[in-house]
Design a protein around this ligand. Structure first.
Ligand SMILES: *Cc1c(COP(=O)(O)O)cnc(C)c1O
Length: 343
């Protein structure tokens, strides 16, 4: 795996925090980190390695703690760290499917990395041959979002695994929406497939978008470098505590409800006159092709409902992406769309 890692990162001497240098012992006076000695709940630095939290996440996922990275700016932090670990600015490139999550492109641009976007097939399936053909000797990473945002579909696991077997580089599978999908997860492949990184987040199914916590899972040989590149204290002690508390409580389990609402809403929208197509979804949103997306988008806003207009994304002309809300929010949206149709 080492050959995919940037040379300067391989040679990097990571910042050693006061808490890294201290190993064990029975300390009652902490004068090593220039903290305030006066307790107020947050006067001490947090654990830079999030050891207890990673143990919790390990119990939750079955992945060993040494294979877990946790970002305090959500999985968006993991995306940025992946660019910084593998890609040399101005030289390397990455491949991504299109349309997909916009952050890959922004993070590529920030890091001065070329991103080669490969259009999905017309039916939103994975263009495996074209993805592989887009690679050259400077291609380090391939970004696959599954279930994909904004198309909503998950790609078959075997297709992604076959891509990973053929691709000479790192395959990142962003599974932000996997909890809503019946097509499963690649988390169980961590440790078996060497060049695989799986991203997960607490922002969607776990209902904690406000906390900002995301995860990357990979072999310890890769994960070690994430630990070196991240900011030493990238997650506050309050968030670590809060996450552990909430993980212990379990997901509030709105997942079955959201999935059944998604299916109900898909059926209802298919009947609306202005709706051309509701794409199959493995996520907590629906991509809907409509007669006049800009007009419907404006009409919904005028009535207090905001959705995402994805019409300007490739292969997505005249589409809106609608997040699944509560049953009453969904009812309201369905009736507004029917009403628009009869205007
Ligand atoms: C929402 C989303 C995320 C989550 O990002 P966070 O920074 O963890 O909130 C990641 N990937 C995709 C594709 C998403 O849609």
């Amino acid at each position: 795996m080492k050959r995919y890692i940037r040379k300067n990162i391989l040679e990097l001497e990571p910042y050693s925090t006061a808490r890294d240098e201290f190993q064990g012992g029975d300390i009652s006076v902490w004068l090593d980190a220039n903290e305030s000695p006066y307790p107020n709940g947050v006067n001490r630095y947090p654990d830079p390695h999030q050891k207890r939290l990673k143990e919790r996440v390990s119990q939750l996922t079955g992945v060993a703690p040494e294979s877990i990275f946790i970002g305090g700016a959500g999985s968006d932090e993991a995306i940025d760290v992946i660019f910084r670990v593998f890609c040399t600015p101005g030289k390397d490139n990455v491949i991504a499917i299109a349309p997909s999550y916009g952050v890959y492109k922004v993070a590529a641009a920030v890091n001065d990395i070329e991103i080669r976007e490969v259009l999905l097939n017309e039916d939103y399936s994975l263009p495996a041959e074209r993805l592989l053909a887009a690679a050259d000797e400077n291609t380090k990473v391939m970004w696959i979002c599954s279930p994909n945002n904004p198309t909503g579909n998950a790609f078959p696991k075997e297709e992604i695994l076959s891509l990973a077997a053929k691709f000479d580089g790192i395959v990142v599978v962003d599974e932000a929406y996997a909890d809503f999908s019946e097509k499963g997860s690649l988390l169980s492949e961590i440790g078996k497939v060497k060049n695989l990184i799986v991203l997960r987040t607490f922002s969607k199914a776990w209902g904690m978008a406000g906390l900002r916590a995301g995860m990357a899972f990979s072999l310890p040989e890769i994960n070690e470098y994430f630990g070196r590149v991240k900011y030493p204290y990238n997650m506050s002690s309050m968030i670590q505590e809060e996450l552990m508390r909430r993980i212990e409580e379990g997901t509030s389990d709105h997942i079955p409800e959201i999935v059944s609402e998604r299916n109900r809403m898909a059926k209802a929208l298919e009947k609306a006159g202005c709706v051309g197509r509701v794409y199959p979804s493995d996520a907590n949103f629906l991509l809907v092709k409509v007669k006049d997306a800009d007009a419907l988008y404006g009409y919904l806003i005028k009535n207090g409902v905001i959705v995402r207009n994805r019409s300007r994304m490739p292969l997505c002309s005249e589409t809106l992406r609608i997040t699944i809300g509560t049953p009453s929010e969904n009812d309201r949206t369905i009736s507004l769309i029917n009403e628009f149709n009869n205007l």
